[in-house]
Design a protein around this ligand. Structure first.
Ligand SMILES: *[C@@H]1O[C@H](CO)[C@@H](O)[C@H](O)[C@H]1NC(C)=O
Ligand SMILES: *[C@@H]1O[C@H](CO)[C@@H](O)[C@H](O)[C@H]1NC(C)=O
Ligand SMILES: *[C@@H]1O[C@H](CO)[C@@H](O)[C@H](O)[C@H]1NC(C)=O
Ligand SMILES: *[C@@H]1O[C@H](CO)[C@@H](O)[C@H](O)[C@H]1NC(C)=O
Length: 422
C-alpha cells in the first residue's frame, strides 16, 4: 500500500475537479433521449385525467420532461456513455383513464413503473419484459387492466416487486415467473383479479418470495410446497383443493400471515401449521378440512396467535388446549366434541383471549369457575351439547341463530366415540 501524501492530494484534487465539472456539463448538454421523449408523448396521448385528477397539468412537452413532469425521474445514460438522459422511474396517476401505450416498452432504461389507482383499461404491453430489462418494480394495481399477465415479465434479472392486483386480468400465472429465472422476485401481488386461473406454478417452491398475494381469483389444484423465505401468503377465495400437507412439509421460519380461507382444501390441518414459529394470523376457515386437530404447544419464543380461524370446516375430535394461546379463536361450525379445555377458559377469564366463537359444534361443557367473564370478551357457545349460562351466548353473532343448545337427539353420540348416528 503506497499512499504518500502527494498521491492522496492528487486524488483529492481529481475528485474536486470531477465534482465541479459534472453538474455544469450535465446542464449544458444533457437532455432526454429522443427515443424516450417520443415514447412519453405516446404514453401521454393514450391517457387522460379523470374528472378531479390533474396529474397531467405539468406535462408540457415544450418543457424538459426531466425537469418539470410529475412522475418522471431521469438518470444519465450510463449504458451508452453519452450525455443523454433516460427515464428511469415513471409514476402515472392517480385517477387516469385510457390505455397503456405499447411505446412504454421503448423506455428501455426504466427501473420502476408505477401506475396508481384509476380506470386504465386494455392490456399490459406484451413485450414490456422483453425490452425493459432493467425493471425492478412494476406496480399497476387497482385499474381495469385486462388480458393476461405478459409472459415476458418472467425472468427479468432484477425484478423485485410485481403488483398487478385489483385489475381484470385473466388466464394462467406464467410458470416462469416463479422459477429461479426471476431470482430477485420478492413481492408478487396478483390479488383480486377474479379471472386468473390454472394452478399455482410449482416453481414457487424454489422462489425467494417474501410476500405472495393470490387472493380473489379462480386458481385450482393443490397448493405446492411453499418457499422457505415466505412471510405473507394469501390464497384466499380461490378454488384450490386437495390436502395441505405437501405445502407445509418444509420449514417456514418467517411465515407470519397465512390466509387460505374460502377454498376447497381437504384432509387434516397439518400440525406443522400450528408449529410455525412466527405465525400470527392463521385463517383457514370455509374449507373442507376434517379430522381431529393436533396442536403442539406454542414455543416460549413464539408470539401468541393474533387470530386463528378454523370455522366452517368439518373438524372433529376434541378442542385442543394449546389453542388457548390465540387472542381471537374461531372454531364455529365444525364437529368438535368434549369439553372446552380449562386452559382456554383461563385465557378468557384473564382477557388474553378476547374472542371465542365455538358455536355449532358438539361441545359438552364449559369449565368452572362460572361466568361472568370480563366485559371485553366475546364468547359464543350456542348450539352445542351443553346447557348454557346466558353469558355464554351474549357474544354471539346474529348468524349463530337459535336455539341456544342443540336438541338432545343430536347429542347422543358425543360422549362415546363408538356410538352410531342418531
Ligand atoms: C417504439 O419503438 C418501436 C420499435 O423500435 C418503433 O417502431 C416505434 O415507433 C417507437 N415508438 C415511438 C413512439 O417512438
Ligand atoms: C446516446 O447513445 C444512444 C445509443 O448509441 C443513442 O441511441 C442516442 O441517440 C444517444 N443520445 C444522444 C443524445 O446522443
Ligand atoms: C368435502 O370432502 C368430502 C370428501 O372428504 C367430499 O365428499 C365433499 O363433496 C366435499 N365437500 C365440498 C363442499 O367440497
Ligand atoms: C352426531 O349425530 C348427529 C345426528 O345423526 C350428526 O348430525 C352429527 O354429525 C354427529 N356428531 C358427531 C360429532 O359425530
Amino acid at each position: 500500500m503506497v499512499s504518500t501524501p502527494s498521491t492522496l492530494l492528487h486524488v483529492f484534487l481529481l475528485l474536486l475537479l470531477l465534482l465541479q465539472s459534472h453538474p455544469s456539463q450535465q446542464q449544458q448538454s444533457s437532455s432526454l433521449s429522443p427515443t424516450d421523449k417520443a415514447a412519453l408523448l405516446d404514453v401521454r396521448s393514450n391517457l387522460r385525467d379523470l374528472p378531479g385528477s390533474n396529474f397531467f397539468s405539468t406535462w408540457d412537452f415544450t418543457d424538459d420532461p426531466c425537469a418539470t413532469f410529475a412522475g418522471v425521474v431521469c438518470s444519465p445514460d450510463d449504458q451508452h456513455g453519452n450525455q443523454s438522459l433516460r427515464i428511469s422511474v415513471l409514476t402515472l396517476g392517480t385517477g387516469l383513464a385510457g390505455s397503456l401505450s405499447p411505446s412504454l416498452a421503448n423506455l428501455t432504461a426504466l427501473t420502476d413503473l408505477v401506475v396508481n389507482p384509476g380506470r386504465i383499461s386494455g392490456p399490459i404491453p406484451p413485450d414490456i419484459g422483453a425490452r425493459l430489462r432493467r425493471l425492478r418494480c412494476v406496480s399497476i394495481s387497482n385499474n381495469l387492466i385486462s388480458g393476461s399477465i405478459p409472459v415476458s415479465l418472467a425472468g427479468l434479472p432484477d425484478l423485485h416487486t410485481l403488483d398487478l392486483g385489483q385489475n381484470k386480468l385473466r388466464g394462467p400465472i406464467p410458470p416462469l415467473l416463479l422459477l429461479p429465472s426471476s431470482p430477485s422476485l420478492k413481492v408478487l401481488i396478483l390479488a383480486a383479479n377474479g379471472g386468473l386461473n390454472g394452478e399455482v406454478p410449482p416453481g414457487i417452491s424454489a422462489a425467494q418470495l417474501l410476500h405472495l398475494d393470490l387472493r380473489g381469483n379462480s386458481l385450482t389444484g393443490a397448493l405446492p410446497p411453499l418457499p422457505s423465505t415466505l412471510r405473507y401468503l394469501s390464497a384466499s377465495a380461490n378454488a384450490l383443493s386437495g390436502p395441505l400437507d405437501a405445502a407445509f412439509a418444509k420449514p417456514l421460519p418467517d411465515l407470519a400471515f397465512l390466509d387460505l380461507s374460502m377454498n376447497a382444501f381437504t384432509g387434516r390441518v397439518p400440525p406443522a401449521i400450528f408449529a410455525l414459529p412466527r405465525l400470527s394470523s392463521l385463517l383457514i376457515q370455509r374449507n373442507n378440512l376434517s379430522g381431529p386437530l393436533a396442536v403442539p404447544r406454542r414455543g416460549e419464543a413464539s408470539p401468541s396467535w393474533a387470530v386463528v380461524d378454523l370455522s366452517h370446516n368439518r373438524l372433529s375430535g376434541e378442542f385442543p388446549a394449546a389453542l388457548a394461546a390465540a387472542e381471537s379463536l374461531y372454531l364455529n361450525n365444525n364437529q368438535l366434541t368434549g369439553a372446552v379445555p380449562e386452559e382456554v377458559a383461563r385465557s378468557l377469564y384473564m382477557g388474553s383471549m378476547a374472542t371465542l366463537y365455538a358455536q355449532h359444534n358438539y361441545l359438552t361443557s364449559f369449565p368452572a369457575p362460572p361466568l361472568p367473564l370480563p366485559d371485553s370478551v366475546a364468547l359464543c357457545l350456542s348450539h352445542n351439547c351443553m346447557s348454557l349460562p346466558s353469558a355464554a351466548t351474549i357474544g354471539c353473532p346474529a348468524s349463530a341463530g337459535t336455539p341456544p343448545s342443540r336438541p338432545p337427539w343430536q347429542c347422543s353420540n358425543t360422549t362415546t366415540a363408538t356410538s352410531g348416528d342418531g
